[in-house]
Design a protein around this ligand. Sequence first.
Ligand code: IMP
Ligand code: MG
Length: 227
Amino acid sequence: MEPASPGIIIPDDYTGYHPDFFCVPRHYEGALECVLVPGGVIKDRIERLAQDIAEDIGKEPIFALCVLKGGYKFFTDLIDQVKKYNHYATRNTIRIAVDFIRLKSYKDDESAGDVQVIGIDDLSVLTGKNVLIVEDVIDTGRTIKELLRLVKSYHVKSAKVASLLVKRTKGNFYRPDYCGFEVPDKFVVGYAIDYNEYFRDLDHVCIVNEYGKKKFGSSYPNGSIRQ
Ligand code: IMP
Ligand code: MG
């Protein structure tokens, strides 16, 4: 098998774009250090990831598993692009089934340690399938390794992982099969990726600054946006 592509590498000294160059909701003004990956670039990268996925694993039906909540934007945009392959095809079309799983391991910007499965359908539907796990961010790699272990325990035919971002976190050597961007080990938000449930309503992947972390931390105003 080909070695996994690391994705577009964004170096540690990359300072990104000033948020004022893009449309950012007013409620996040002053909370962002920079725009790391603009939404348009994310979309372009996803188009290519979809092509890679279609060519590599599209011959057999794909069971796409979205890791909620952070993965929902990447998931819908990626699947939409894979589906495009069927528009003009009369045969060898790509069959896609979807399902959703919810995990939780973070509070504010700290990993809470254990990976909790807090929303799950019956995973036995995965048995015998070619599963494509679609995740937002890989940091320590703990969540994805745990999820892969769980998915494989259902005797799937194959299990691949697509992640929009992989952080260059010390000690994490795990790399997904399909990766959008390899980014510095900083807390990122936007494009459905949250900090304490905030920033999902931001179109670009951004780095949140200390003011933003303080303002939208678990004590703002009475904790998480999701009361
Ligand atoms: P890991 O288990 O350390 O790899 O963490 C992966 C999970 O933590 C991902 O599914 C994300 O939901 C969350 N996460 C990791 N880094 C970030 C970040 O920078 N921003 C928001 N969520 C993150
Ligand atoms: Mg996630």
